[in-house]
Design a protein around this ligand. Structure first.
Ligand code: PLP
Length: 385
């Protein structure tokens, strides 16, 4: 079904802007909760990195999700917007001392630790505070996510996690440290994964790892499988909610969970991706030698995914317009990569027509920059209109 937008209201607002469909977000959260309630001990932590708009965070925390944070700033905003510290997990390859101290002071659920050096620092800082840090070790499982190279994280060549070769030593060290409580393992192999067989392969690798530890008498109570579930960028209206049933069923079928393990998920894109649209205004139509350019007031500073990953976002002229024509939709930034789409078929577009760039709720507003001294776009919720 085609989405309707409050076009008259947009005309009176400064563009570009992000528009969030709150009903869609709430429906998505409702389905996530329905699905995880079917499985014992499944806990979803929303990956704040996908979108940290405070109004959206409040809706997500109200739905009962935990938070997956990758910085002290994310821990602070998670706490300010209602996420319970006991449902916060903290990942990242380079945690600074102040960030570790903040996480210890807030009493978060656990640190996802990425190296031996980091483990030693957390132990030392927890000791200074006379406390104990719960820790899951992030293992690099060497599983191919078959997604874009820049969003693949679980291959041996990536910087993330502890290698399969080193993991035994690090686990043994963690268990000996006075101020570390080792609770489990963390994995995250990449993002925008739509093929469930990739998650099945991850489950199989996790089963092998856990069985080795359990044979050695090491108890793993928590398995964090990361995030990565993709969304349908090609058909955002038809598939506005990802197939959460297939996703959670894959883990419940293939992961050897037993009765006493907690399984944590860190979903970002799948939660917020489809509820956000970047609304931009047409500035000029420029005829090139072989093509025509539709120059809009949004640029790669507002939505960097096309420039960074050659990502596709569906584009629509929501002001109406005439018969279809082909355009390269480009922004005003002084970079050749500032292109939202090439050879896009749109209704004939005029100056001031509003253009919707869809599926922009994840890794959109949060990645906006001020390059070219531009302003950061504002985010509006559908319920505010
Ligand atoms: N967990 C970790 C450790 C990540 O690095 C990421 C994304 O990069 C996520 C979760 C969220 O991934 P996604 O938005 O694909 O669900």
């Amino acid at each position: 079904m085609r989405k309707t937008y409050p076009i008259d209201r947009f005309q009176s607002l400064q563009t570009p802007l992000y528009y969030y469909d709150v009903d869609l977000l709430k429906n998505t959260l409702g389905i996530i909760n329905d699905e995880i309630n079917k499985h014992n001990n499944f806990i979803v932590h929303y990956a704040i990195k996908a979108n940290a708009n405070p109004a959206l965070l409040r809706i997500i925390s109200n739905a009962g999700l935990g938070a997956d944070c990758v910085s002290g700033g994310e821990i602070s905003i998670a706490c300010q917007t209602g996420f319970e510290p006991s449902k916060i997990v903290f990942a990242g390859v380079g945690k600074s001392d102040w960030e570790i101290n903040l996480a210890l002071d807030k009493g978060i659920y656990c640190f996802n630790v990425e190296s031996m050096a980091e483990l030693e620092v957390i132990n030392m800082l927890a000791n200074k505070k006379n406390t104990v840090a719960r820790v899951a070790l992030r293992i690099n499982p060497d599983v191919d996510a078959h997604t874009h190279a820049n969003i693949t994280t679980g291959l041996a060549e990536n910087k993330f996690g502890i290698s399969l070769t080193d993991m035994n030593d690090v686990v043994k060290s963690a268990m000996k440290m006075d101020c570390i409580e080792f609770i489990g393992l963390h994995f995250h192999i990449g993002s925008q994964i739509q093929d469930m067989s990739v998650f099945k392969s991850l489950c199989e690798r996790i089963n092998e790892i856990i069985s080795c530890f359990e044979k050695a008498g090491i108890i793993i109570s928590d398995i964090n499988v990361g995030g990565g579930l993709g969304i349908d960028y090609d058909n955002p209206e038809e598939n506005c909610i990802p197939d959460f049933k297939a996703y959670f069923d894959t883990y419940s079928t293939y992961l050897n969970i037993g009765s006493n393990k907690r399984v944590h998920f860190e979903l970002g894109r799948a939660v917020v991706g489809q509820c956000g649209t970047l609304i931009t205004k047409t500035l000029y139509i420029k005829k090139g030698t072989n093509k025509q350019f539709l120059i809009v007031d949004a640029g790669m500073t507002d939505l960097i995914r096309p420039a960074l990953y050659h990502a596709y976002h569906k584009i629509e002229n929501i002001s109406g317009g005439g018969p279809k024509e082909l355009y390269d939709v480009v922004g005003p930034i002084c970079e050749s990569s500032d292109v939202f789409g090439k050879d896009i078929l749109l209704n004939k577009t005029m100056r001031n027509d509003l253009i919707a760039i869809k599926s922009a709720g994840a890794y959109g507003e949060i990645m906006a920059s001020q390059y070219n001294c531009r302003s950061i776009p504002k985010g509006y919720l559908s319920c505010d209109f």
